[in-house]
Every structure is written in structure tokens, then in C-alpha cells.
Write a protein that binds this ligand. Structure first.
Ligand code: CUA
Length: 175
């Protein structure tokens, strides 16, 4: 009967409208993701050829997780470069961060290089927006300035095994 056909057409019309909205949303998402990569707001890995300086043993953000010899990750911690810039090298391994306590100066930009010696970890610094994924074979890099002195907890926020919940270390921001 004609009435049923009319109903059917109405439903089809709404289906098409919603399908159109879904397509538009998908396109907007793709554009947003692409734009974030272009503007550098998306997390990215830096190394030689990235925004960071040249680091021995690190090529295009890649490193051998089984052998840190000859790289700054062999002796993790703070390094002051000849030009005065400050780097922090951190190694994540089950189930601690090395160095266990990282002392940093307040008010100075510090470029972090974080890598893993074994499995996937997370490097989340409480009370900050620092939260990077740490992968074996990759060096994650970011630059930050700690404005206030005090102690901040570093928490592994990627499940990495039985000791995951104990993977807590500290950053001490000094004057
Ligand atoms: Cu390391 Cu969870």
C-alpha cells in the first residue's frame, strides 16, 4: 500500500542523512590527525634528523635496546651541553626508571630522551602534561621547563608486567 512505501522512503532519507554525517565526521577526523602531524602537536619521535641534537648511537630516533654502550643511555641522567642546553637521558626497564631520582633545575628548558631496555613502558610525570610512550628500540623526546621546585612522581602508565604498579620514581626540581 502507498502508506507503507511512504514510510520506507522516509526511513531511507534519514539513513542517508546519518550516513552522510558519518562520512563527514570520518573526513574531519582524518584531516585533524593529519593537521596535528603537520603542526607537530602529535607526539613524535625525534633523533638525528628530528628536532634534537645528534646523539651517539641514535639514528632517526632508533637505538639498539640490547646495547646502550657508547650512547648517553649507558649512564642515564642529566647532561649539560657545551652550549648550556640541558638534556635528560632516562632508561625505563622492568620495573624502574633509571636514574631512580632525576634532579633537574627549575626554570630551564630540558630536553628529555627516554627509551626502554625491554618492553613497552609509559613515562607519566604527575601534575604535568608529560606522558610519553616508551618503546624498546625507539627514543621518545620532548622538551619541557619545570616552573616550580618540588618533588614529582614518575609513574609507568603502560602495563608492563607483574611489577608494573611498583614502577614509580621521582623527579626533584631544584632552585
Ligand atoms: Cu613499566 Cu608499567
Amino acid at each position: 500500500p502507498p502508506v507503507q512505501r511512504l514510510t520506507h522512503h522516509t526511513l531511507e532519507k534519514y539513513e542517508n542523512i546519518w550516513f552522510g554525517i558519518a562520512v563527514v565526521m570520518s573526513i574531519l577526523l582524518a584531516v585533524a590527525v593529519f593537521a596535528s602531524f603537520l603542526t607537530g602537536t602529535a607526539p613524535r619521535l625525534e633523533g638525528e634528523g628530528g628536532g634534537g641534537h645528534h646523539i651517539a648511537g641514535v639514528t632517526n630516533g632508533r637505538i639498539n635496546p640490547k646495547n646502550f654502550a657508547g650512547t648517553p643511555f649507558a649512564t642515564p641522567g642529566l647532561v649539560t651541553n657545551p652550549d648550556g642546553s640541558i638534556d635528560a637521558f632516562v632508561v625505563a626497564r622492568a620495573f624502574a626508571f633509571d636514574p631512580p631520582v632525576l634532579k633537574v633545575p627549575a626554570g630551564k628548558p630540558i630536553t628529555f630522551y627516554v627509551t626502554s631496555a625491554d618492553v613497552l613502558h609509559g613515562y607519566y610525570v604527575e601534575k604535568t602534561n608529560i606522558n610519553v610512550t616508551v618503546m624498546p628500540g625507539q627514543v621518545s623526546s620532548f622538551t619541557t621547563t619545570f616552573k616550580h621546585t618540588g618533588t614529582l612522581n614518575i609513574v609507568c602508565d603502560e602495563y608492563c608486567g607483574v611489577g608494573h604498579h611498583n614502577m614509580l620514581n621521582k623527579i626533584i626540581v631544584e632552585a
